[in-house]
Write a protein that binds this ligand. Structure first.
Ligand SMILES: Nc1ncnc2c1ncn2[C@@H]1O[C@H](COP(=O)(O)OP(=O)(O)OP(=O)(O)O)[C@@H](O)[C@H]1O
Length: 264
């Protein structure tokens, strides 16, 4: 399942963005995106064919987005609008039916349920788990594990049994595992859904710290929670399979506030 790779570095503006709405600042052709984007999608569509009578269901419709390296972007939208599907397409877990994309490698997908991503008995062993495929010395493994755990604020937990961790701490260990493998893109699917407020903030801060580090990591974070928007560098808002608005946080927040006013 290899995704289509785009060769161009510019993004066409989203065709579904109303001209009356705030400026689309996620276009890779704007000066803010002078660096090559870490994630670039152009007019991605994804459809599935249902069982008899074989109707084609269009889940993603011409989605374009752009995330620069070293930034955290959020993907927002109501239930069922296609956020997780878009993330899975970007992760290479689903093949788009149309459109092109480029995602820096290695890329890591972190799932919603914290218990689905930790596999080893201790924190340190879990973060080191994926490093077996590289030819690293023991010292190199230790160094990568320590740096990754430090980035997510979990260094002091390195010897802890995994089952003693909270959900958010498990998420942070999963992110550390990706960082230890020098991942360039983190695709994060509603990580905070099952977490209490403390754990939620701990995970967001861990992701912020990961993208702020020297590795030029980019993160795309799917969420329902508007209060998480303030931690992001930018956001895309989806409805019914389309990205209808994207840009910096103040533009997206203003757009969402106006939208609430329209509905109330
Ligand atoms: N394999 C599939 N076959 C049919 N419909 C699907 C399939 N996968 C997803 N869908 C539908 O596509 C839509 C988008 O699903 P998706 O999980 O991407 O939305 P979402 O925005 O992440 O939702 P939520 O916020 O509730 O997690 C939903 O209506 C879902 O039922």
């Amino acid at each position: 399942m290899s995704p289509h790779l785009a060769t161009s570095s510019s993004l066409a503006p989203c065709p579904h963005l109303s001209k009356a709405r705030p400026l689309l600042r996620a276009s890779c052709s704007t000066p803010a995106f002078a660096a090559a984007p870490a994630i670039e999608a152009r007019n991605l569509s994804f459809s599935v064919s249902t069982r008899p009578p074989g109707k084609l269901v269009h889940i993603l419709k011409n989605c374009s987005l752009c995330v620069p390296p070293g930034q955290l972007w959020m993907l927002l939208g109501p239930n069922g609008c296609g956020k997780s599907t878009l993330l899975k397409v970007l992760a290479g877990l689903l093949n788009p039916s149309d459109g092109t994309m480029h995602v820096n490698r290695p890329r890591s997908f972190v799932f919603q349920n914290p218990d689905h991503q930790v596999v080893m008995p201790t924190v340190e062993a879990d973060v080191a788990f994926g490093l077996g495929k590289f030819s690293l010395t023991l010292n190199e493994v230790r160094s990568r594990v320590s740096k990754a755990l430090d980035a997510v604020g979990m260094l002091e937990y390195s010897q802890r049994p995994i089952q003693t961790l909270s959900g958010g701490q498990k998420q942070r260990v999963a992110i550390a595992g990706a960082l230890a493998e020098a991942c360039k893109v983190l695709l994060l699917d509603e990580l905070t859904t099952f977490l209490d407020e403390n754990d939620q903030i701990g995970v967001i801060k861990a992701v912020k710290n990961s993208v702020a580090g020297p590795g030029e990591v980019a993160a795309l974070w799917v969420t329902h929670r508007l209060e998480e928007l303030k931690y992001a560098d930018g956001a895309s808002y989806m409805e019914d399979g389309r990205i209808v608005m994207q840009g910096d946080i103040s533009s997206v927040s203003k757009f969402l506030k106006e939208k609430q006013t329209w509905y109330n």
